[in-house]
Design a protein around this ligand. Sequence first.
Ligand code: COA
Ligand code: ZN
Length: 311
Amino acid sequence: MPTRIFFNEVVTRDGFQNEPAFVETADKVALIDELSQCGFAKIEVTAFVSPKAIPMLRDAEEVMGRITRRAAVQYTALVPNVRGAERALEARADELNLVMSVSQTHNLANLRMTREKSFAAIKEVVTQVNGQVPINVSLSTAFGCPMQGQIELNEVMDWARRFADLGVRGLTLCDTTGMANPRQVRLFSDAVVSSLGRLELTMHFHNTRGMGLANVLAAVESGITSFDGSLGGLGGCPYAPGASGNICTEDTIHMLQTMGLETGVDLERLIHLARALPGLVGHPTPGQLAQAGRACDLHPVPEHVKAMLTH
Ligand code: COA
Ligand code: ZN
């Protein structure tokens, strides 16, 4: 089992893209600046997608331009096509996170193009970027598609290898609507680690059916050391029916830290931000740790029990 786990905080991208009300640019910037102080390896700031497709992230340039960057953090952004890559480079993203669905149906719904067209677009981006910044490819619906159903490991591996051959730095397998189970995660993780272990491999889980943390543990046991998570457990793809929040970052970090794994994240600071999040988005958030407190935050012993303990 690895001892150090790296986190990519995606609340201002995956989280806010699915919110019913626009989160003000100044609030996004303030939250990212706070998150930058928490010890994350990476923050997915925003998405350079069509503002018609995702109106909640229409302020991508402004957010990237206004955040205060810390050297220890990589500021990445989601990109669907060449136009998005040009915008992200102009905005000085540290990494481009290119996206494609393993499910043809979801790719057509989300990106309005076939997988082959997406692959060609990503290939063109890799050529144009020409090493200026590292590239990650996120494979959506890798563990199941809400419209098409099961996705075979062979199909995931075929796409993963095609992207690896383009020379990308990292690959993320995404469980877009929480269909993965721990046994499947173990199988898929073992496969990518053994044949593509030279790449930075990340898992992106949604907790739609309560299997998120079990899936994280299964992946860690396979040797996966990078995860996407969302503050408060916000998130979801607006073009995936039934989508709901990502695994909650603070709940996941708490689990890993109580198991003795190092994450580099200041959990107390993060809980503070998680508790402020419902005020920002205007509704309760699904994360549990912000309500329960850490397992080490003990409650006072009642007076009558104290008396009994001393006798
Ligand atoms: N950034 C900004 N605008 C973009 C853009 C980008 N990366 N790519 C395309 N556009 C604009 C075009 O200029 C055009 O604008 P116009 O209508 O004012 O002329 C419009 O979007 C449509 O362009 P087109 O090339 O026909 O794209 P499309 O309608 O087939 O949509 C995508 C394709 C990929 C741009 C769009 O589906 C998208 O942005 N999807 C992202 C979905 C997403 O983020 N999902 C959640 C995360 S997985
Ligand atoms: Zn997601």
